[in-house]
Design a protein around this ligand. Sequence first.
Ligand SMILES: [Zn+2]
Length: 92
Amino acid sequence: MNSYPECPSCGSCRAVKPKLILVDKAWIDEPGIDPRLKYFTDLRADDIRPEFLRQDPFQQFVDAFYCENCSKGFIPESMLTPDPDHRRDLYR
Ligand SMILES: [Zn+2]
């Protein structure tokens, strides 16, 4: 069964493939940067549910997904720890 999540950027799951992605340690707000990119770049190891984390020193490598339409990797919300304030811009 294909249970790949929808891409948060284009909303389609057709081009989504599993991918090992590297999460960032922090997001730095800078003028001129598309704020939507924050969704793809502000995830940190402690945003992800422990059952999806690897052991140190590989916690920044996450078995996540990649959208070939958008050429972007992403981590579905189901893999993230609940934190509505931190991710208030998700899926708006
Ligand atoms: Zn996409």
